[in-house]
Design a protein around this ligand. Structure first.
Ligand code: MG
Length: 378
């Protein structure tokens, strides 16, 4: 008797929770499955968009002030899932390659968005490469299915929203005055990421330390070449309060990296050396951890698999990003409760975001309860 009462009460309360916009699509979906409504395919559309950067962004061997992206939508039964491909030029994709890739896909053949394995396998097999364009489909599909279920993905995966890490905020290479200014503007963040790999590495760190005692991590972007110099530098960095070092040497220098990891007092994280799930195995014993980015690994589904594989091998996990709108950042943030470090500041670096999404509060990633990937279009 007691169980019956509880069950009724449960059904009543879930009906109340799902009142409103979510009820109709779920009903439509159920009716479609029963054959009452005609089967309808997924409808994909896309739009090129250029992100304006607040500051010129300087890496070890390039600088730029815009990032081209492709914004995607997958519509189904009146619900829209949003996705995004971010394509910094040095990675080889462009709005042209993404448009070509996306226009060749036929998502209309799929009438059940929950068959994600099947859909994403079709997308992945349709062409080699194009990982950002593939991620834009994966993200839109997650947003869509999450909305149909009425739940955000971090909940669907069973993660605790309060376990999210702080996000680091990147300080690009610049003159000491500009660096000091950027560090002061970043006072809200509990960890800063510094791009190294030039002549003035120590000067960069000293400049930051002259205005901030915040924990730092460094990203060398393969900019160092000598393993002994790298190790000496890492010992110096440890003294300066640095937490870990990302991609210190060229990814091809596998033996040198393994030696460095073995002798380093700080964790060595693979970024350029790891793109997809199939690359994780090769980093075991070479690096201490991996940096996962949705744009490199084709999206949330594969990123989740990479986290599990790395964790099962006692590796550290970091989730990173490109310059992106709050769409792709919020998608990556859904996975953030399961990582050691997050570098999800890409949306904070642009002045023309198209979405309202996951926020940073006191430097920490703060997930919301919106279904899907947690965004609203602006
Ligand atoms: Mg990196």
């Amino acid at each position: 008797m007691k169980m019956k009462f509880n069950r009724r009460k449960f059904i009543k309360s879930t009906t109340l929770i799902s009142a409103g916009a979510i009820v109709m699509p779920l009903k439509n979906y159920a009716e479609m499955k029963k054959g009452i409504l005609p089967k309808e395919g997924l409808k994909l559309s896309f739009e090129p968009y250029n992100l304006q950067l607040k500051h010129v962004f300087t890496l070890a061997n390039s600088s730029r002030s815009t990032t081209p992206v492709m914004l995607t939508k997958i519509e189904f039964q009146g619900i829209t899932g949003y996705g995004e491909a971010s394509m910094p030029p040095y990675l080889g994709e462009s709005q042209e390659t993404a448009a070509k890739f996306l226009s060749e896909l036929d998502l209309g053949q799929f009438s059940d968005p929950f068959r994600m394995d099947e859909i994403l396998e079709y997308v992945d097999n349709s062409r080699l490469g194009n990982t950002a364009a593939k991620a834009s489909i994966d993200i839109a599909l997650h947003d869509l299915t999450g909305k149909i279920m009425g739940q955000p993905w971090h909940k669907i995966w069973g993660f605790s929203a309060e376990s999210t890490p702080d996000t680091s905020f990147t300080i690009g290479i610049d003159t000491p005055e500009v660096v000091k200014q950027k560090v002061k503007e970043a006072a809200e963040f509990n960890i800063l990421k510094v791009k190294l790999g030039r002549e003035n590495d120590k000067e960069m760190i000293e400049t930051i330390r002259s205005v901030s005692a915040a924990p730092l991590c460094v990203d060398v972007n393969q900019g160092w070449t000598d393993k002994k110099m790298a190790l000496e530098m890492i010992f110096w960095l440890k003294e300066k309060g640095i937490e870990f070092v990302e991609q210190p040497l060229p990814k091809e220098s596998i033996d040198d990296i393994a030696w460095l990891t073995q002798n380093s007092p700080l964790p060595i994280i693979a970024d350029e050396a790891v793109q997809r799930l199939c690359d994780v195995q090769a980093t075991l014993g070479i690096y201490s951890g991996i940096n996962i980015k949705l744009m490199k690994c084709t999206g949330m589904r594969e990123a989740h698999q990479m986290i599990n594989l790395a964790r099962a091998n006692q590796m550290k996990v970091m989730i990173g990003c490109m310059t992106e709108t709050s769409c792709a950042i919020s998608a990556a943030a859904q996975l953030s409760p399961k990582v050691d470090w997050a570098d999800l500041d890409g949306n904070l670096l642009i002045s023309n975001d198209r979405f309202d999404g996951v926020k940073i509060a006191n430097g920490k990633i703060t997930l919301n309860n919106l279904p899907g990937i947690g965004i609203r279009p602006l």
